[in-house]
Design a protein. Structure first.
Length: 133
């Protein structure tokens, strides 16, 4: 998903050629992260929720360098480390205290994101949160 498909603007520091296009010095460009996040050469099933994109052949987590939701390079999001820690704590706490069950059979869930004018938004789902004992 790409809730924010564009990163902060960048200014070209010197005359540059990219993919056959001449970009003059001083031009402002807006990198489009979604071009990487939905590239079928980098992702299996890029338009669906597909956790296997982050698993190796043995089912263990593996980093995917194409996952650039926080940007990349010198202008990567300053809050990336904090966001990752906060998300880990939040979801770990939920999973420690609750068991989650879908309200419909899993094969009936549509994981295709909704396209809007600004990005691709994940669908809304209902589920049961059953407290653990």
């Amino acid at each position: 998903m790409d809730l924010d498909p564009i990163t902060i603007p960048h200014k070209i520091m010197c005359d540059t050629e990219y993919n056959g296009y001449a970009i003059p010095k001083g031009v402002t460009v807006f990198p489009l992260l979604s071009s990487v996040l939905i590239d079928p050469k980098l992702w299996k099933n890029p338009n669906c929720f597909y956790p296997e994109n982050f698993l190796d052949a043995d089912g263990r987590f593996q980093k995917n360098d194409a996952f650039v939701v926080f940007g990349m390079g010198k202008r990567v999001c300053l809050g990336e480390a904090l966001a990752r820690i906060e998300l880990f704590i939040f979801f770990t706490s939920l999973l420690q205290h609750f068991t989650f069950r879908a309200t419909v059979p899993p094969e009936e869930l549509d994981t295709t994101p909704t396209n809007c004018s600004f990005g691709r938004i994940p669908c809304t789902y209902n589920c049961y949160a059953i407290p653990r004992k």
